[in-house]
Ligand binder design. Structure first.
Ligand SMILES: [Ca+2]
Ligand SMILES: [Ca+2]
Ligand SMILES: [Ca+2]
Ligand SMILES: [Ca+2]
Length: 426
């Protein structure tokens, strides 16, 4: 802590209203099966929950599937705002159907995609009211107060490098109440690259991770359940951190954090030893040009492992670092080839065999690579899926409520879009 003040103040009279359309949520299941990782939150630090049981959200409605297959949903790609930086998933309006949000850096906008439950979406664009001119860097979906509606956190930075963080408290009417976070107005050069949302410290109140690429730091903001974040931890990282995610590297319920440092080709490991407190921070040599990471127990030994995507010339790979359960890892002897510039990474059990699989969104090859876990920490050769030009973000979550995780892939083509790939494995 550096004597930071965190303020969360409700702004009255500035709810965000979207244009019309289907404003009635049914107040059903408040949540998705995916607080947690990828970056998701968000996008893209939001994504898969890190589940050491390895069932990855694939449902328990049958045995393993032998043919892994994805089918593009009707209406895909769905047009979103320009220059999207992150994609995140969650049930914003509490209707039990997963929704998506993208942070659109060029448009300085948020695009809301409200799930219809079948892989199609009702789209709304919005620039949060009262926001000064700023650059929209990232957004994530979490539960920051106690109602059953998903909330949105985003970071937007103006030219004076004063960070504007904001939480938008959701409702069944798809309108939002802004809560301003001023915690990040600090003496650091700010270019917050990514947001992750989820419950870091097992108190059932969602928290945030903010990766500050320009400041070489990561911030953990612990939520109080009423939209505020009174406890803030800042940790210096390697050079050019571009991704953060959280999951269980050891057996305790406190999530640990992994930060990917692109320029220094390392990842930092922050073990949460006591609630809201990180112990000794490890620096693990990673692959060259690491881009993204997820935590999951790939070899089913009860200890969380880390998958890191990397994009170096001639060796575009995903590398699996086998966790020892204490914040240290067995490094792989080689990476698993994927396709060019795997900018984002997510994990879920796509074929319902109890093993967490992987998917990358490949920015240069305009596709996604599916890596199916064959057991013992090994993966079958990558299967390439068409998923949009200049793919730059991916979340794996069940969009049509059939128990199988689907894919939503954000791309940076012109115009930018989200491609929905429904999991039709059988
Ligand atoms: Ca919904
Ligand atoms: Ca929490
Ligand atoms: Ca493991
Ligand atoms: Ca599905």
């Amino acid at each position: 802590m550096r004597g930071l003040a965190v303020c969360a103040c409700a702004l009255s009279g500035c709810s965000l209203i979207f244009d019309g359309k289907d404003l009635h949520g049914t107040g059903g299941s408040p949540d998705l099966s995916v607080p947690g990782d990828d970056g998701g939150g968000g996008g893209d630090m939001t994504g898969q929950q890190n589940d050491l049981s390895g069932d990855g959200g694939g449902g328990d409605m049958g045995g393993p599937l032998t043919t892994v297959e994805f089918t593009k949903a009707a209406g895909s790609p769905i047009q979103i705002g320009l220059g999207p930086s992150t994609i995140a998933a969650g049930d914003l309006d509490g209707d039990g159907k997963i929704d998506l949000i993208t942070a659109d850096q060029t448009d300085n906008n948020l695009t809301y995609l409200y799930g219809n439950g079948n892989g199609t979406f009702t789209v709304a664009f919005d620039r949060p009211s009262g926001l000064p001119a700023c650059t929209m860097y990232a957004a994530a979906i979490g539960h920051f107060n106690s109602d059953s509606f998903g909330d949105v956190a985003f970071v937007c930075t103006d030219n004076a490098m004063i960070n504007v963080g904001e939480v938008l408290l959701g409702s069944s009417t798809r309108s939002y109440t802004p809560m301003v976070i001023t915690a990040l107005a600090v003496s650091q050069t700010l270019a917050p690259h990514r947001l992750w949302a989820g419950d870091l410290n097992d108190d059932l109140k969602d928290d945030l991770l903010v990766v500050n690429e320009a400041g070489n730091s990561v911030w953990a903001l612990f939520g109080n359940g009423t939209g505020g974040f009174p406890t803030v931890r800042m940790q210096n990282t390697g050079t050019t951190p571009v991704w953060a995610t959280a999951g269980r590297l050891n057996a305790d319920p406190l999530l640990d954090v992994v930060v990917v440092n692109e320029a220094s080709a390392t990842f930092n490991v922050l073990m949460q030893t006591v609630s809201t407190t990180f112990g000794t921070v490890g620096t693990i040599p990673g692959p060259s040009n690491p881009e993204a990471a997820v935590i999951a127990d790939f070899n089913a030994d009860g200890k969380g492992d880390v998958a890191v995507s990397s994009s170096s010339v001639g060796a575009t790979t995903v590398s699996i670092y086998t966790g020892k359960g204490d914040g240290t890892f067995i490094a792989p002897t080689s990476g698993i080839p994927v396709a060019a510039y795997p900018y984002a990474l997510a994990s879920a059990d796509f074929n319902r065999d109890g093993r967490p699989d992987l998917v990358t969104a490949n920015n240069a090859d305009d596709n996604c690579s599916l890596l199916i876990n064959t057991g013992g920490g090994s993966f079958a050769a990558a299967v390439q899926l068409p998923c949009g030009v200049a793919a730059a973000g991916v979340v794996a979550v069940d969009l049509n409520k059939d128990g199988l995780p689907d894919l939503a892939v954000m791309d940076r083509s012109m115009p930018a879009g989200v491609t929905i790939l429904l999991n039709t494995s059988h």
